[in-house]
Design a protein around this ligand. Structure first.
Ligand code: AMP
Length: 112
C-alpha cells in the first residue's frame, strides 16, 4: 500500500480539504506555498504515464477537481499552479499519482 493510500484510509493522519468517490485532497505536510494541496486518486496509479486508457475519465476528474479546490481556496482570481511530478527527473517522491495545487504567492518560471 502506498503512503497516500494509508492517508486516504486514515492509517496516517491528514489535513483533509476534499474527498469524493474518486479522489482525496489534503494539505501537503511540507508546504511550498501558502496554499499547497495534493489531489490523489483513490486508485493506486503510480504516475500519470501509468494511467491506462480506462482512466482517461479519472484523469479529467482529477484536473477539474483540482481547479474547483483551487477556487474554493480563493485562488481563482490570483491564479495558481498545478504540478504533476513524474519519475526521477520530474522530482516525484511518492509513487502514487497526485496533483499539487500551489498558490498564494507568485510562482517563478522556469521551475527548478
Ligand atoms: P512528489 O515529490 O511530487 O512525489 O510529492 C510528494 C509530496 O508528498 C511532497 O510534497 C511531500 O511533502 C508530501 N508528503 C509526504 N508525506 C506526506 C504526509 N504524510 N502528509 C502530507 N503530505 C505528505
Amino acid at each position: 500500500m502506498t503512503l497516500f493510500s494509508k492517508i486516504i484510509n486514515g492509517d496516517i493522519p491528514s489535513d483533509k480539504v476534499y474527498e469524493d468517490q474518486e479522489c482525496y485532497a489534503f494539505r501537503d505536510i511540507n508546504p511550498q506555498a501558502p496554499v499547497h494541496i495534493l489531489v490523489v486518486p483513490r486508485k493506486e496509479i503510480p504516475n500519470v504515464g501509468a494511467a491506462g486508457k480506462d482512466e482517461k475519465m479519472l484523469l479529467g476528474h482529477l484536473l477539474s477537481t483540482a481547479a474547483e479546490i483551487a477556487a474554493s481556496q480563493g485562488l481563482a482570481d490570483s491564479g495558481y499552479r498545478l504540478v504533476i511530478n513524474t519519475g526521477a527527473d520530474g522530482g516525484q517522491t511518492v509513487d502514487h499519482l497526485h496533483i499539487h495545487i500551489l498558490g498564494g504567492r507568485p510562482m517563478a518560471w522556469p521551475p527548478g
